[in-house]
Design a protein around this ligand. Structure first.
Ligand code: SDX
Length: 431
């Protein structure tokens, strides 16, 4: 039986239907609110607003639940790998052996970047921020593959499989290329090897010395990318949907998502966490100074890697990565003083009423930097690594927008708070 929300406004009663998701989430369908009442809802940051219906990822922030197409992140982390989870997120089902083989082949076949595109790198200073380079070069994919980026959903969806594989594979290659360029190293071209091995090869091989990753390293990298693969309507994914809703092609929409991810409150947090841990280490502090500063509430003093717009419990990804840090470091025979500092900081914050009362727990970024550092990935690339991991989620969300024949361009409203109507004053009379 259809449930309705009744909104009493002045003498009016507006009835809005209630929508129910497959996990029992409820929403009030306000699509006709302005038409029927002249009112809009105000929800700064959209924290209480559903912008879409999506079948990709379910997030229960109160209970720390994360599932991709119904599969718990804990099971995927334990039994899957990045490319397989990317396939699941994009196509909705775990691939058969044949489908997984074909997907892997498409990732390998589309790993290289066009020789002329390599020249874009030279347009940047060596010190250019990697995320700025990444968004520019990813955006150029639409120029190099215009037949895949027609800005016509029907045409672009007809080539979706190739475009999706190309985007995931080339974003990975471009990140490795950015690292090589920034350090004045020759580009390492991709080989016909698995996704993560290829990334590590393109990052660390020398002209006459192949980098051969040990299984523990590629397994850790697979886990890291898998844990970043999608996360409901976060800032960057919503940006991809927003841009895609205008009819923009996948490459252009991904470039916009990369811009959104670059902010320190979103994807930029993983490198900010490492800077925070390094400062604590260098000062010989026990983290108390950072925790006290974070409690001031000033946005600039926040405990990076802590808190979340949705989770009011542990981010399940943080638990998995936190555990993996110990395993990876042991397997690599490495130790990292920052890991102990991170554990101590976590314990101290979790006992502090400021964090407890605000339900602030470690998020995915709190430990991810420690694993990346153990794998030899420099801090400067941490946010671009997040972009590689998130590319399947962005692609799956763009595909939902492009495939929705009843979809609409994203066009939120506002509450105007500027000057009311006034007449123009000629310069001579302005004083
Ligand atoms: C990601 O959305 C996603 O899914 C994102 C992500 C993904 O996979 O895509 O999960 C990835 O972006 C993880 C978050 C990475 N960012 C950080 O770690 C930066 C530090 N964290 C925050 O700045 C903050 O927690 C946010 C931005 C993540 C969430 O901010 P909200 O939901 O807007 O929280 P808020 O600003 O309303 O904070 C509520 C209260 C405030 O205090 P009061 O005003 O109530 O006194 O909690 C405080 C905030 O000051 N607070 C923090 C804090 N985070 C929130 N205080 C200290 N340290 C923090 N980290």
């Amino acid at each position: 039986m259809q449930k309705n929300a009744l909104i009493k406004l002045d003498e009016k009663e507006i009835s809005c239907p209630v929508m129910v998701g497959t996990e029992g989430e409820m929403a009030i369908d306000a699509r006709n609110l302005r038409r029927d009442s002249g009112y809009i809802f105000y929800d700064q940051g959209y924290g209480n607003t559903g912008s879409c219906e999506s079948a990709i990822t379910f997030l229960d922030g109160d209970n720390g639940v994360l599932r991709h197409r119904g599969y718990p992140i804990e099971q995927l982390a334990e039994q899957s790998e990045f490319a397989e989870t990317a396939y699941l997120i994009i196509y909705g089902e775990l691939p058969s052996a044949v489908q997984r083989k074909k997907f892997g082949q498409m990732l390998r076949e589309n790993a290289a970047i066009d020789t002329q595109m390599m020249r874009i790198f030279d347009g940047f200073p060596r010190s250019a921020p990697p995320m700025g380079m990444l968004t520019s070069i990813v955006s150029s994919l639409a120029a190099y593959y215009p037949h895949l980026a027609t800005n016509n959903f029907e045409k672009d969806l007809a080539n979706f499989d190739l475009t999706a594989a190309m985007a995931i594979s080339k974003i990975r290659t471009i990140v490795a290329g950015i690292f090589r360029y920034r350090h004045g190293l020759p580009f390492m071209h991709p080989k016909d090897i698995p996704f993560c091995d290829n990334f590590l090869h393109m990052m660390f091989s020398e002209p006459y010395k192949e980098y051969a990753a040990i299984p523990e390293v590629t397994r850790a990298l697979n886990l890291l990318l898998l844990l970043h693969a999608d996360h409901e309507q976060n800032c960057s994914t919503s940006t991809v949907r927003m841009v895609g809703s205008s009819g923009a092609n996948l490459f252009t929409s991904l470039a916009a998502g990369i811009c959104a991810l670059s902010g320190p409150l979103h994807g930029g947090a993983n490198s900010a966490v490492m800077q925070m841990l390094q400062t604590i280490h260098d000062e010989g502090d026990d983290g108390t100074r950072f925790i006290e500063a974070a409690k001031s509430g000033a946005k600039g003093n926040r405990l990076m890697g802590f808190g979340h717009a949705v989770y009011r419990n542990f981010d399940p990804r943080a638990r998995i990565i936190g555990h993996a840090c110990d395993v990876v470091l042991n397997k690599l025979g490495k130790s990292d003083p920052l890991l102990e500092i991170a554990h101590n900081l976590e314990q101290a914050a979790l006992k502090d009423d400021y964090f407890i009362s605000r339900k602030l727990y470690p998020n995915v970024d709190f430990y991810s930097g420690i694993i990346m550092r153990a794998l030899g990935i420099p801090t400067e690339l941490f946010t671009t690594m997040f972009a590689i991991g998130r590319s399947p989620g962005w692609i799956a969300n763009w595909r939902e927008v492009a495939s929705n024949t009843k979809g609409r361009i994203y066009r939120p409203r506002q509450l105007y708070t500027g000057p009311v109507k006034r007449d123009y004053v000629p310069m001579a009379k302005r004083g």
